[in-house]
Design a protein around this ligand. Structure first.
Ligand code: ADP
Ligand code: GLC
Length: 486
């Protein structure tokens, strides 16, 4: 596998959680994986780099060293050490602006990963190469257009997974010869996208099989509304494009044991959840008398970007602050949303708590201490937080898109198996309306506990999804045999 983030070593979002957990789930099914990521600043704990090896990609030449860490005998993590490219503040850019050399950085990542697979693997064959998101989007292209350079792995099946179509890896056309790619890569049915080269589109068009992270998003992305301009190319791959719902790491996200939590609990004994609620209110300096404890806490942990519904929250913020609830928001992202949240908290200091920053322990505390968890995304390929919430007995309030739609069964007076609330057609008004309904139901303790327990009982572990990936790997492998037969 090749990816730009792998938990717990490098993470800004859900991609890392997936690439961290999927190899472990595959291992449990008897498979071996090596996952390659950049050695960003601060990744020293992985180990010391090996000898220098030269990686060439068009006019870019870099001396890299590989840090190889065996997590288990069947699971290996490899970090590509190239300080000129990766030893920086930030993975993709600084202050919201992409680094100008991202094509070179992630092009070299792809080339280095293939070089490693070709030269460092042990005696067992490599059956599948699995690339994630645009940052690994050159892997499929290089493996096909430079197959002769990779005699050992050229017959591997190629799988590409889309975690988010909004990030497309777009670069000016001049990058094509600079990367040493043939112009055939720059065609309407390959990597060309409105006269730019898209690493995402090359990933989609040069792999044997394409997956995304929920069945609903796989359907949605075939349409203009959600396809971000890629709907045509995804429709063209209709018989080689499926959605596989992400799982969650049930050992990391276990309310009975998570070391990051001040108190533990499970579905039979929820008293620890109340202790987490107190700790959470304390942590944010919010009121925590009996009144406050009876009132629902509504949490949000998120990248602060348009996708996550921040603009809708902002538009509704006055009405939200007047509801009988307490708010705790944790996130980093676009300056305008960080500013809005800071100002909102300053206006309602007793009711609204905000932490701007990336903080794993705090994410666990919010999931555990809140009563409701808010995810009003405008689109959501899968979303992991709603599944973490379910497991932590916190009821999700989500918009009806993508993986949120697939995982949340909305409460209606008749729903037996409901586990959350759904906002149909996201607007500031529908957001407020759904939250009012949820806050009202919070007072109905029996019904509420039924919702909480339904969420906690569900199994979102990786096993089922890992089996789906194995099926895809087998099909891709067969396709590759056919593709390379001549
Ligand atoms: P996305 O990948 O689009 O950001 P997901 O719901 O799939 O959305 O995954 C987000 C992951 O990142 C979750 O594990 C979430 O807890 C974590 N996360 C996001 N923002 C923060 C933050 N500020 N601090 C800690 N964890 C965060
Ligand atoms: C992306 C998506 C998110 C998904 C995650 C992991 O960041 O935005 O919905 O859960 O990838 O696949």
């Amino acid at each position: 596998m090749v990816a730009s983030e792998v938990s717990p070593w490098a993470k800004t979002g859900g991609l890392a959680d997936v690439t961290g957990a999927l190899p472990e789930a595959l291992e449990a099914l008897g498979h071996r994986t090596t996952i390659v990521l950049p050695r960003y600043r601060g990744l020293d704990a992985l180990g010391t780099p090996g000898p220098v090896e030269t990686i060439r990609l068009g006019r870019f030449v870099h001396d890299v060293r590989f840090v190889v860490a065996d997590v288990t005998s069947d699971r290996r993590v490899v970090a590509v050490d190239a300080p000129a490219l990766f030893d920086r503040d930030g993975y993709y850019g600084k202050s919201g602006i992409d680094f100008p050399d991202n094509a070179e950085r992630f092009g070299i990542l792809a080339a280095a990963a293939l070089h490693f697979a070709e030269t460092h693997a042990d005696e067992r064959p490599i059956d599948v190469v699995h690339a994630h998101d645009w940052q690994a989007g050159l892997v499929p292209v290089l493996l096909q257009t430079e197959a002769d350079a990779f005699p050992r792995i050229r017959r591997a099946g190629i799988v590409f997974t889309i975690h988010n179509l909004a990030y497309q890896g777009l670069f000016p056309r001049e990058i094509v010869p600079a990367l040493g790619l043939p112009w055939s890569v720059f065609a309407i049915d390959t990597g060309e996208f409105w006269n730019q080269l898209s690493f995402l589109k090359t990933g989609i068009t040069y792999s044997d099989f394409v997956t995304t992270v929920s069945p609903a998003y796989a359907r949605e992305t075939r349409t203009q509304t959600f396809g971000a301009g890629m709907e045509g190319v995804l429709r063209a791959r209709w018989d080689r494009y499926v959605g596989i719902l992400n799982g969650i790491d049930t050992r990391v996200w276990d309310p009975a044991t998570a070391p990051l939590l001040p108190a533990h609990f499970d579905a039979n004994d929820l008293s620890g959840k109340a202790a987490n609620k107190r700790a959470l209110l304390d942590r944010f300096g919010l009121a925590r008398g009996d009144d406050a404890l009876a009132r629902p806490v509504i949490g949000l942990v998120s990248r602060l970007v348009e996708q996550k519904g921040l603009a809708v929250i902002e538009a509704a913020s006055e009405a939200l602050a007047s509801l009988d609830a307490t708010w705790v928001f944790v996130g980093t992202g676009e300056a305008r949303f960080e500013r809005f949240l800071r100002e909102w908290a300053a206006r309602y200091p007793a009711r609204v708590g905000v932490h701007i920053g990336f903080d794993e322990a705090l994410a666990h505390l919010v999931e555990a201490g809140a009563d409701l968890f808010l995810m009003p995304s405008t689109f959501e390929p899968c979303g992991l937080n709603q599944m973490y919430s379910l497991r932590y007995g916190t009821v999700p309030v989500v918009s009806a898109v993508g993986g949120l739609d697939d995982t949340i069964r909305p409460y209606t007076t008749r729903a037996q198996h409901a586990n959350g609330f759904k906002i149909r057609r996201l607007t500031p008004e529908s957001l407020v309306r759904t939250l009012k309904q949820a806050i009202r139901l919070h007072d109905d303790r029996d019904t509420w506990l039924r919702l909480v327990r339904a969420g906690m009982a569900a199994d979102h572990s990786w096993e089922t999804s890992a089996r789906e990936y194995v099926k895809v790997y087998r099909r891709a492998r067969l396709d590759a045999v056919r593709r390379t037969a001549w």
